[in-house]
Design a protein around this ligand. Structure first.
Ligand SMILES: NC(=O)c1ccc[n+]([C@@H]2O[C@H](COP(=O)([O-])OP(=O)(O)OC[C@H]3O[C@@H](n4cnc5c(N)ncnc54)[C@H](O)[C@@H]3O)[C@@H](O)[C@H]2O)c1
Ligand SMILES: [Fe+2]
Length: 381
């Protein structure tokens, strides 16, 4: 038996933030990062709270990649303030931190059912609708993916006004994270008709609007579309799960602080090549790996379809490489400039072991072994 559920009520479109004034909660802990707390954006959140007479406090000790020590401080804050709702405002790091803070705090003292309202300010992770949160242990250099239905937010507010200030490099990284979520969900061994429909629409939107949002951050239409695409991809992978790109990207983030979306963008062409078993010199075959059909359909959705499956998969890989190039995402780790070859190569084996054990890798359409993963990491140099 399979089940499909959307637990999160999604508010979107014009004036979506008005939900903050309408929601029934009375005592709100806003969790965000210092950039948002100190900038003009926070007013868009606190004004409707004030206008509707809600008590609130802002906790802004969140930093990228949700490190454990900051989560512990947030847990303490929540248990002191005892809110009836958390409003999580920010990118995936702020939303993931908020999810973990609520989970751990209520595990210590379940004083009430505390609601979570997630408000993304990047169009990337889809964390506002997923039952996942990533917690980073910077000492052990491990990113722990937490998975539980209780992590899912009750409500999400999608307001593209909050995304306009995202600089081009972060628009590129987070946008490619959306594409990776949608593609990995689409070819996952757990895919189903519901996740497929959601992923397909997300891929179609990314194909049309990501470059537009990158080139002009004030293009409201493109921003709105990408914000919805991010949420659709989140719903898709919440149901179908992800794949090896994420399994390997988590290790690049934990070891070398490469932003999550950027690591995915760099790995994605390599993983498609590996999964499809189609390389530069591949010719038409009588039989293909089952993922080839699905990658070909993705190429078709993007308008890249070619006269045979090999060409379709190759054109998909090339399109991703062009997108990366146009958005100045490096093709190779060596281009980043801050990582030494010795340091990188010395970590390839431990990264491969961790990627093999990563929960995302389990639903990859082709089952990799350690040597195959090590080879992909080496090729990425
Ligand atoms: N829970 C999930 O389902 C899920 C899925 C994928 C990734 N993740 C996790 O999410 C994290 C990445 O999230 P992210 O890619 O959104 O990046 P992020 O939250 O780390 O933010 C990146 C940077 O963008 C800045 N920023 C955020 N909103 C902005 C705005 N409106 N204007 C200007 N700057 C802004 C932040 O201050 C930060 O410096 C990683 O830890 C990753 O592992 C979670
Ligand atoms: Fe991701």
């Amino acid at each position: 038996m399979k089940s499909f559920e959307i637990k999160t009520k999604i508010h979107f479109g014009d004036n979506a933030l008005e939900r903050l004034a309408q929601m029934p909660y009375k005592r709100v802990l806003v969790i965000t990062d210092p950039f948002i707390a100190k900038g003009p954006m926070i007013k868009l959140i606190t004004e409707p709270l004030e206008r509707s007479g809600k008590a609130y406090e802002v906790f802004h000790d969140v930093v990228p990649d949700a490190p454990i020590d900051k989560i512990i401080i947030g847990v303490k804050k929540m248990l002191e303030y005892m809110p009836d709702a958390i409003v999580a405002v920010g990118g995936g790091s702020a939303i993931d931190s908020s999810k973990s803070i609520r989970e751990f705090a209520l595990g210590i003292n379940h004083y009430a059912d505390v609601a979570m309202v997630a408000i993304p300010t990047t169009s990337g992770t889809g964390s506002e609708v997923t039952s996942f949160a990533v917690v980073n242990d910077p000492v052990a250099k491990i990113k722990h993916p937490l998975v539980s239905p209780s992590l899912t937010a009750e409500e999400a507010i999608l307001d593209a006004e909050l995304v306009k200030s995202v600089p081009p490099a972060i628009t590129a990284d987070t946008g490619m994270d959306v594409l990776t979520h949608a593609i990995e969900a689409y070819v996952s061994t757990n895919h189903n008709e519901f996740s497929t429909a959601l992923a397909e629409k997300s891929i179609e939107i990314v194909g049309v609007f990501l470059l537009r949002a990158f080139l002009n951050g004030n293009d409201t239409h493109a921003r709105q579309k990408m914000h919805v695409a991010s949420c659709l991809a989140g719903l898709a992978f919440n149901s179908a799960s992800l794949g090896l790109t994420h399994g390997m990207a988590h290790q690049l983030g934990a070891n070398f602080h490469i932003p999550h979306g950027r690591a995915n963008a760099m790995l994605l062409p390599h993983i498609i090549e590996y999964n499809a078993d189609i390389h530069k010199d591949s010719r038409s075959q009588s039989e293909y790996h089952p993922s080839v059909k699905r990658y070909s359909t993705i190429a078709h959705v993007l308008g890249l379809s070619s006269y045979n499956k090999v060409m379709s998969v190759r054109s998909l890989i090339q399109w991703i490489q062009f997108m990366n190039q146009d958005m100045k995402i490096p093709a190779r780790i060596s281009e980043i400039g801050t990582i030494s070859v010795n340091d990188y190569m010395s970590k390839v084996e431990t990264m491969a072991e961790a990627a093999l054990a990563d929960a995302c890798t389990a639903t990859n359409p082709r089952t990799p072994d350690k040597e195959a993963i090590m080879q992909i990491y080496r090729n990425l140099w």
